[in-house]
Design a protein around this ligand. Structure first.
Ligand SMILES: Cc1ncc(COP(=O)(O)O)c(C=O)c1O
Length: 404
């Protein structure tokens, strides 16, 4: 079955709006990272840990786990959601500064926490002295990240470790969302320099996530993993990092963005008098994918006729409207190119919404959450989340996928 046939089958079964995920794409994205790592980091253990909150659907994380990745959690709720799908055996907690009961919970479940403050380090040493210690450093230029042990606190941290006669097993950093390669290179140097000077015996270096992804391009959207691992291998050599040190990365967007799409139905198109600017009214809303609006982000679109034929013309401009009363309810925050032959009953497919999409559904404006469909590697579509009920606003994850 080709792609448009699949869209037709999914829409006929679930109606719209509906999120669709493609297993093959997810597997290709992970393979690309592993292959680039193998090319440049021979003999070195590289762990890919994908943050659960970037998509939050355990059915996708079950595939991610089967590919050999671990999963990053940041709240106790996430542990429970994953536990309901037997996915808790290889987790890393990369959270903020946590309340004591949450730290207690993760420690009791043997989930290592990248501790985000000196207070948390002291707490863990006192309460779980034999658990390995991991810390998160804020290595931003102005030490302005919301959490993480600051570079100016390294001496204090070392004194505490000495006092308790213990040492760090690993360190974690987060370079910041949408980081371009030049910033990542700079911060990689900073952290490897710090490790070689202050913590040469460290066993794990977790370089976090934040790898850039080009939403506004149709091609070459992905992070350049080859250049990245080539750079990392060079810096590891330069800083004399032990061959036994394991490296972890936590990519979210690059792994999941182009795995997901949101299919909307349009029901009206209003044109200006010259028929150059159209207002397309859909059953979507910005609340289904608020991150595009929050981040002023453009997405690639595909238009399908009511018969699911692709409309390739883009000679007009227009807005994709949501279906609530909010005057700013546009699915995408800017004008987009649209077909001049668009009809009121077409479909709009928003691309690249597998990360920070359905998981960010907002309750504001009372729209019921969308169903989610996974197109498995064998090309069969499976319903993995049912549509939210009319009278409630909860995402209805299915325990067992239903083939549609
Ligand atoms: C600790 C941590 N790891 C990984 C990520 C994923 O980042 P991205 O999706 O930009 O790769 C985030 C995102 O905020 C994060 O906070």
């Amino acid at each position: 079955m080709n792609q448009t046939n699949l869209y037709e089958r999914i829409v006929k079964n679930t109606e719209t709006p509906v999120f669709v995920y493609w297993q093959k794409r997810l597997e290709i994205n992970l393979d690309k990272i592993f292959q680039a790592a193998n090319r440049h980091m021979k003999g070195r253990v590289i762990e890919v840990a994908v943050p659960y909150f970037t998509n939050s659907n355990p059915h996708l994380f079950s595939i991610i786990k089967q590919k050999g990745c671990s999963i990053v959690v940041q709240t106790v709720e996430e542990w429970h959601q994953l536990d309901a799908h037997a996915l808790t055996d290889n987790l890393i907690a990369s959270p903020t500064v946590l309340p004591e009961q949450d730290m207690m919970f993760f420690m009791s479940k043997n989930v290592p926490i990248n501790l985000a403050s000196i207070d948390d380090v002291v707490w863990q040493i006192n309460h779980f002295p034999v658990h390995p210690l991991f810390v998160r450093f804020d290595i931003s230029v102005d030490s302005a990240q919301r959490m993480g042990i600051k570079i100016g606190e390294v001496d204090k941290l070392k004194q505490i470790l000495n006092r308790y006669n213990t040492k760090l097993k690993g360190i974690h950093i987060y370079v910041g969302t949408f980081s371009k390669l030049d910033k990542i290179i700079r911060l990689t140097s900073t952290i490897l320099d710090l490790v070689s000077r202050e913590f040469p015996d460290i066993e794990v270096i977790n370089l976090g996530g934040g790898f850039s992804y080009n939403y506004d391009k149709a091609l070459n959207q992905h992070f350049d993993w080859d250049t990245y691992f080539e750079m990392l291998a060079q810096k590891i050599k330069l800083h004399g990092i032990s061959p036994n040190t394991k490296f972890v990365i936590e990519p979210g967007r690059d792994v999941l963005a182009d795995v997901g799409e949101l299919i909307l139905s349009s029901h009206h198109v209003f044109w200006n008098s010259q028929k150059t600017i159209g207002q397309i009214f859909t059953d979507g809303s910005y609340v289904y994918m608020p991150s595009a609006t929050i981040r002023s982000r453009q997405h690639q679109l595909m238009f399908l006729s009511s018969q699911f034929e692709e409309l390739t013309d883009r000679s007009a401009m227009g807005r994709i409207n949501g279906c609530t009363t909010l005057s700013s309810d546009f699915v995408l925050p800017m004008f987009v190119e649209i077909p001049s032959n668009i009809t009121p009953d077409c479909f709009v497919v928003v691309k690249d919404i597998g990360a920070y999409g359905a998981t960010q559904h907002m309750e504001f404006l009372n729209k019921k959450p969308c169903p989610e469909v996974l197109v498995a590697s064998n090309n069969y579509p499976y319903l993995i989340t049912a549509r939210g009920r009319e009278d409630d606003k909860i995402r209805y994850l299915l325990t067992n996928p239903i083939r549609i």
